[in-house]
Structure formats: structure tokens, C-alpha cells
Design a protein around this ligand. Sequence first.
Ligand SMILES: Cc1cc2nc3c(=O)[nH]c(=O)nc-3n(C[C@H](O)[C@H](O)[C@H](O)COP(=O)(O)O)c2cc1C
Length: 511
Amino acid sequence: MEEVLFAAEAEARREVRPEQAVGPRDVREFIAAIETIGQLKRITAEVSRNEEMGAVTYMYNHRVGAPALLFEKIKGCPPGFRALWNQLGSSNDRFALAIGEPTGLSANELIRRFKNRSDRRIAPVMVDPKDAPVNAHHMRGNNIDVTLFPAARHWALDGGEYIGTCDATITRDPDGGWLNVGCYRQMLQSKNEVGLFLAGGRDARLHIERNWAMGKPCEVVACWGIDPALFMTASQSFPLSELDFAGGLAGRPVELVPGEATSLPYPARAEIVMEGVIPPGSERAEGPFGEFTGYYAKPPGPAFLMQVKAVHYRDNPILTHALMADYYPANECALVRSLGRSARIWSDLERLGIPGVKGIYCHPAAAGGLAMTAISIEQRYAGHAKQVLALAAQCPAGAYFSKWIIAVDEDVDPTDINQVLWAMATRCHPATDIDFMRDTYSTFLDPSQNPVENRQFGSKALINACKDYRFIKEFSPRTKVRRSTYEAVSRRWKELGLEGQPPQLRALEED
Ligand SMILES: Cc1cc2nc3c(=O)[nH]c(=O)nc-3n(C[C@H](O)[C@H](O)[C@H](O)COP(=O)(O)O)c2cc1C
């Protein structure tokens, strides 16, 4: 019988015990951690916030695993004000360190560990405001000037300078009282006004609209300069209090202090915190903005307008930026969504009781991890593959934007696009193995549909690239290396003068 290697034995042995597995408490601890593994590049030469930092980030990230960029001297900003771009980038190792896991793990293993972590919650703790690093400096009243922070025009045709792209924005549900954390783009409008762009259905939008319906302003806290575990949480949808999930992911509670200008708490270790309100009807045009699709996609339009009431910031603050780009390694949406979304879809399928799922991967090159999901399954019954396809396409974690959902057998590694393409080429019969879903959950940011008004509905192709279940027993045998030969060659790898490690093979011919 064919034996399949799902996770390297070595990886399993390196499982970190929960009490050890604590991620960095803030962006500074994260910077220190990634610098020790050569994953941080400091740029000390002066740069412009007007397209230059964006261009450097894009050009430097044309290879997978390029280090994060810390710009230390930015034209027009007070000395010491810094900007960190693409803190996670396309590096699995930075993703692992962000949640307290060791470096050197495969994507499959990271997804499994992220999934375990996202199933647990650790409630935030309140700390003494006097000890909070973010309370080192304050801007209040006429002294408020958010334009001093290194906001930037990322792309040539951006409609303005963006201060929030890698942010965590906190609002409270006016009915339930729980706190939401979301990552939403924010464009500078003036010294004390910042735009907030929210797609339909976002929790913060629901909170604002509900407050407005009650005739009240909506309070908001925007954190600009956040640790990557908070960024991971903010950029995904978790039910109810998301600060608990941020704690669970990082293995330690988020430290909060009580708000000064609003009733919302804010993170004690963020770099910069803006407290503000959005009064009823407060909107102004913003955009366009170079998006995760690699297009400007949506023309300028009205967005919520936050009125800044107070700003708190650390010594020599670091503003975090997420560049969105057409090219995967340069797109900060890609890895965070690819690994996080894969884990969340897997959890959704597990909750629905679907058996046989062996791996899931949302490919980062497909519109920042949103457009393509590959799922590896051990087919257990007739119709199993199509059931998995339909559910992965429509479950809460997988429904938004996704266009290509592909099922492969358990001998195919879903994280390896070459193997997925091989399965599509040899196990899929397009005339019978592709189904379509129409009028599905999509976004105005998808440029493939025109005119723009049509974009709220999308469509999905469900591709069954598994062996035909009717003939699964007699399906043509695939070429495989014999297990004993694989082990012998692996042992002789160095002696044979071959560099690196032998590859893990999912399918081996049993002796
Ligand atoms: C880098 C990055 C930027 C994002 N920008 C926006 C944005 O401008 N507006 C928006 O509605 N969603 C944006 N998102 C997606 C939301 O963060 C994501 O859907 C999240 O789940 C929203 O939180 P919520 O479900 O609590 O509303 C962005 C995601 C990432 C990773």
C-alpha cells in the first residue's frame, strides 16, 4: 500500500510546547528576532515617502524570502521616525517567528500550527498606562499633526499618502459590546483627519452604520505600527472579540491601556495609536490605491472620515506599511492570507465534519492568496471530492473573492503548484470535472468584471483534479521511487555530491 508523508518527521519532532511558544510582544521584539536570522535590511540613506519607499520595497522583493525593509531616514519626517515595510513579506520563517514558532518549517506544517493556535484564545490584560511604551509622547488639541508620521504614496497613481495599510483598527459593536480588530486602508486627509476605506460587510462598517442609525458618532482606535500577530488577526475575520485571538496566536495576552479620548482601550505596545470618532455622515473621497490584486481597480469614492482626537506614540516610532502588488513576493497581503486563510478554511471544514482533508493551500501568487485554493483529500466515498470543493468554496473563511478551487488526491502536495498543475493535467477531464458557481461573494476590487457595478457578484470554478472515484482502484499507476531506494539515496545525498536536503516525497512505491 502507498504510504504518504504528510509532515516531515523532523518538523513534528520540533513541535514547540505551548508554554514555550510565545511570539514577540511588539514590532521591536519582532525586528530584533528577524535581524538575528538575517531577515531585516536597514536603509539608512534618506528616502522619499512619495513613491520611493514603495518602489524600493517592490523592486527588492522580486525574490521569495527577501528581508523586511526598515527605512530609518525619511524626508519630511522628524529625525528618528521610521517605517517598516512588508514585515512578513514572503518569508515562512518570519511568519513562524511572529507566532513563536521555530524557523525552517514547511508551509504545510506552518498552516497546521497556525490552525491549532487560531483555535485557542487568550484574553487581553490591562496594564498601568504609566508603563505603556506607547504613552511616551502625545498629540492633543491643536498639536495634533498625523502628517508627521511617515505615511506614503505607495504607487504612482495613489490618490494620497496612506498611513494605515498594516494597521489594527478597533471599534466596538454597539449592541454586543465586543471589540473588533480589522486591517483597513487609511489615507491622510489633513493634520487631524484620516480616511477609512471599508468594503461591504466589514465589521467596522457595520459598527459605524449601526452607531449612525442610533444618531451617534462611532469611536475608533487606529494602531499604526503593530506586531505581526496583531496584523494577522486584523487581516482576517474571527468571531467576536478578536483581541483574544491575537493573544491565542502569539501565545501571550495583548497588553491594553484605557483610552483617553474615547471609551475604547488601546494596545500599550503599539508604535502609534490614533483615537478618533466618525460623526454621523462623516465621509470624504479617497483613493485610488494600488490594491492586493495588483490594480487600482476602484475609482476614487467616498470613504469614512475619522476625526483625530488624540495621538500617542513611542520614542522613535515605527510606522508599519503593507505594500500591495501584482507580484507575489512583493505583496504583503499574500503570505499572511495564504497561510492564515488555508488554516481557517481547514478549521471550517473540520467543524462541518468533513473527513479526509490532508492539506489546504491558498496560493499566494493568486491575488494575495485570495483567488486560488488547492485542497488535498483522501477520497473516502463517491461524491466526496465535489462536496469538499463546494464547501471550501462557500465556507466563511473561503468564500470571499476565491475563483479557482481545486481538489487533488492525498499524494499531491497542495502547496506545490507544480504538483497541482500535474494533477490538473492528468486527473481532470475538463468537460465533466469542472463546475461553476455564479453570483458568489466577491468585491468591487476584482477588475475582471465590468462595468464596476457588476463586481459585487463573482463566480467560481470548482476543479476536480482527483482520480475518478469510479475507477480509483484501477487508475493508471503513477511512477514512484521505491521506498528502500528513496531511503538509500537520501542517506547517500552528500556522498553523491548533491547540495541541500533530499526532497520529501508524498508518494513512494512500497517494497
Ligand atoms: C494588508 C491588508 C490591507 C487590507 N485593506 C483593507 C481595506 O482597505 N478595506 C477593507 O475593507 N479590508 C481590507 N483588508 C481586508 C480586511 O482586513 C479583512 O477582510 C479583515 O477580515 C477585516 O476584518 P473584519 O472581518 O473584522 O471586518 C485588508 C487586508 C490586508 C491583509
